[in-house]
Write a protein that binds this ligand. Structure first.
Ligand code: PLP
Length: 419
């Protein structure tokens, strides 16, 4: 059996403002619920696999577990080649090098900062582009950012929702640019019936502990291009192309055998994780229905998804602001995350290097101010989701009063001199 927690009955229902954590009430979840709590699927299978690795004394350097993991990932994603790496950030950097990107590369700002860092780390300027209704790179905004220095585009399949691959592919063809995808969120997802993995020149998965399938730390470059895969393999291993032959600059980007074992166990239980995530999503969808100003990001039922992210949008006219709601949930032990606040363009070094970027990013700015990710995964049960939704409904419906009262209590504290 795997490790989904038992439903806990009788979670307290909050029905007056005094019950709320920010006004001194007892937190709804004293044990705290996290976004991206790692799924540990089957400890005994994992430990047995680790024991086998230790006995074999083949701990790393493209061992049999890594090779098997690569075969399985390629198979599930419908691509010819998978090159497993120590993490997705390194995998992105290696893919960027293998593609010979230089100068400027167009990338969204509404993403995890690693998408931009992977470029800047190699002296390439990330040119931030706005997003479409799907929270992914907007093809209509991409072309105006292309300059003679542009060499490529990196799309991010955010929360497993895929980029407009067709439009981006057409732009890259027209301008002779290389198209890569940061698919860190999108392993196990599809676009119009085609699995993520084979789009663009290459795609990059993350298998970090907080992601859907985990190798503790890990990532991979997947591609149908054999030569590209060979370049990535060489760069991953210091540039070695033979026992004593180094054919170019490389780094150590290898995944080790124990990480691969974790990944293989995770893959064996992948369907259970998806089922749990999907049930959680459906429970949230039911529980959040009709809360004024709150919308749940919908997954298209005709595509495969890993349902790893429960994302809500707090609209401008909602009775409570996103940041206030975030604070309020924290004090209830619900550790919701403001993915992706404040946006790469408002983080260093980008804020200082490329000031004024926000002027071209109105949708990004809005998303950074309005989106919130809620806890899900195997560590959370149906009753907890119901309690979270009931709390959300209560605080949004009473949002105006809550904001007024919290302002009042803050000014009282300030007046009494204790701030
Ligand atoms: C997690 C993540 C990464 C980085 O992955 P690591 O494996 O932790 O290096 C890159 N891009 C996005 C969009 C991510 O969410």
């Amino acid at each position: 059996m795997y490790c989904q927690i038992e439903d806990t009955d009788n979670l307290p229902v909050k029905s007056s403002l005094d019950d709320l954590g920010i006004f001194g009430g007892v937190p709804l979840f004293p044990e705290r619920l996290h976004v991206g709590r790692p799924n540990v699927c089957n400890q005994s299978e994992l430990l047995a696999g680790i024991r086998d690795v230790l006995e074999s004394r083949w701990l790393t350097n493209n061992g049999p577990q890594v090779q098997e993991f690569e075969r399985r990932i390629a198979g599930i994603s419908g691509v010819r080649h998978c090159v497993a790496m120590c993490n997705a950030t390194t995998a992105l950097q290696i893919a960027i090098r293998a593609a010979n990107l230089t100068g400027e590369v167009i990338v969204p700002s509404f993403t995890f900062v690693a998408s931009a860092h992977a470029l800047q780390w190699q002296g390439i300027r990330p040119v931030f582009c706005d997003i479409d209704n799907n929270f992914c790179l907007d093809p209509e905004r991409v072309e105006e950012l292309i300059t003679p220095r542009t060499t490529g585009i990196i799309g991010v399949h955010l929360w497993g929702q895929t980029c407009n691959v067709e439009a981006l592919t057409a732009i890259c063809r027209r301008h002779h640019l290389t198209l890569l995808f940061d698919a860190a969120h999108a392993f196990g997802c599809s676009r119009d019936g085609v699995m993520v993995g084979g789009f663009g020149r290459a795609e990059v998965f993350s298998f970090h502990a907080t992601k859907f399938v985990s190798t503790f730390e890990g990532g991979a470059v997947v591609t149908d291009d054999g030569e590209f895969a060979d370049s990535c393999r060489a760069i991953r291993n210091f540039g070695f192309s033979g026992e004593d032959e180094v054919s170019g600059l490389g780094i150590n980007g290898k995944m080790n055998e124990i990480e691969a074992v974790m990944g293989l166990v995770s893959l064996d239980h992948m369907d259970e994780i998806i089922t749990t995530n999907r049930n959680n999503y459906l429970e949230y969808r039911k529980g959040l229905d009709g809360i004024p100003g709150v919308t749940l990001i919908k997954y298209e039922e005709n595509n495969r998804n890993n349902y790893q992210y429960i994302v809500i949008e707090i609209e401008e006219d909602a009775r409570i602001g996103r940041d206030m709601l975030h604070t309020l949930l924290q004090t209830e032990g619900i550790l919701a995350r403001r993915y992706f606040y404040p946006g790469c363009h408002r983080m260093e070094p980008y804020r200082s290097l490329y000031p004024g970027a926000e002027q071209h990013l109105p949708r990004t700015e809005r998303a950074c101010a309005q989106m919130l990710c809620l806890p899900t995964g195997m560590a959370i049960g149906r009753e907890q989701i119901r309690a979270i939704c009931a709390l959300l409904r209560f605080v949004v419906e009473n949002g105006t009063e809550i904001q007024a009262r919290s302002k009042r209590s803050l000014s009282t504290v300030a007046a009494s001199g204790s701030l």
